[in-house]
Design a protein around this ligand. Structure first.
Ligand code: BDP
Length: 326
């Protein structure tokens, strides 16, 4: 009772001073990630939150919801668009159906290697794409990129050559581009959200999936009948973190600038954590008995040429610019 009265009195005092009451309030930023606590993306985002809280004298507080508790990435994007979630860290893969311009980055083998991808997202092309997302009608403000390494196939029965994939049901992210890609590679694409993959593997709804080693480990999917990791490296998709435009528009420009600055720092911090985690998680997977299969990925590259032709058709200039980044 007393507390409540004190609070009202304080509010009245602030109002009396002519300060907007909102200035004394704290904005809680709910941040979603499908990965568990301790994963590089989650750690880097939490640190971004701590910096923002300190630099704003507590006017902002980031509340992290890891482990997919707020839903699959598709749903989280929808919640972010309406402002129910403030920050979503997602794979660029799931943003393709929302902002088609990003699909150039989602194409198989569009980057020569991870270093190439990093150079592209760190430079003007990366900035332009962030702006394209923010300027699109999606009601999302793209804050920065994160790293997701390379995605390869993992299965219950070995894939030692492309033909071994024939008839295997392989989970892909929810984006028609990835269905086309997997079908072109010879598998049968099944799309679903990340959080559903574990039980889909267990129940035999799928025979395998494709992702990077940290995800295979952190999601426990490697305990659901997976025995082989075949290094196709067919996708090098960056991750992205986006803010609800509803929230962004309420932030004063100085706070927006602060957030942008910490976002760039988070991009670099996550990368350092990422590099370490790939080695750690790969070692853990091998120790758990997952067999690594080295493979010539040229047949996969050739088989997916029609996918690049289809999704890259309207972006010839952009693809040339990506190729020219050395
Ligand atoms: C992981 C990404 C995560 C995606 C997941 C997926 O970090 O954002 O949700 O892949 O395949 O690599 O859905």
């Amino acid at each position: 009772m007393n507390l409540r009265r004190t609070f009202i009195a304080a509010a009245a005092a602030i109002a009396g001073l002519g300060l907007p009451f909102a200035a004394a309030a704290q904005t809680v930023l709910k941040a979603a990630d499908v990965h568990p606590a301790g994963y590089p993306n989650v750690v880097a985002m939490e640190n971004l939150g701590k910096k923002l809280e300190a630099a704003s004298n507590g006017r902002y507080k980031l509340q992290m919801f890891p482990g997919g508790v707020l839903g699959a990435e598709k749903e989280v994007v929808e919640q972010t668009q309406v402002g129910a979630v403030q920050i979503a860290r997602i794979s660029l893969g799931v943003l393709g159906p929302v902002v088609p311009d990003v699909n150039v980055f989602n194409m198989p083998f569009v980057f020569r290697n991870e270093a190439h991808m990093r150079k592209v997202i760190d430079g003007p092309i990366g900035d332009e794409l962030l702006k394209k997302i923010s300027d699109s009608p999606a009601k999302l403000v793209a804050l920065g990129w994160m790293d997701s390494g390379s995605r390869s196939l993992y299965t219950k029965t070995p894939v030692r050559k492309m033909e071994d994939l024939k008839g295997q049901k392989i989970r892909v992210m929810g984006n028609p581009l990835f269905r086309d890609m997997m079908n072109a590679m010879g598998g049968n694409a099944v799309s679903m959200g990340h959080t559903e993959v574990f039980s889909a593997l267990q129940t035999g709804v799928v025979d395998g999936a494709e992702n990077n080693p940290p995800t295979l480990f952190a999601s426990n999917q490697y305990t659901a009948g997976i025995k082989y990791y075949t290094q196709t490296n067919h996708l090098i998709i960056p991750e992205i973190f986006v803010m609800s435009k509803v929230t962004w528009d309420k932030m004063p420009p100085a706070d927006q600038a602060l957030l942008k600055k910490f976002a760039r720092e988070a991009q670099m911090e996550q990368r350092a954590l990422w590099d370490k985690s790939v080695a750690d998680y790969s070692a853990k997977l091998k120790a758990a008995g997952i067999e690594w299969i080295e493979i010539d990925n040229k047949p996969f590259y050739d088989a997916t040429a029609p996918v690049r032709a289809k999704y890259g058709a309207d972006y010839a200039d952009l693809i040339k610019r990506i190729n020219d980044v050395k």
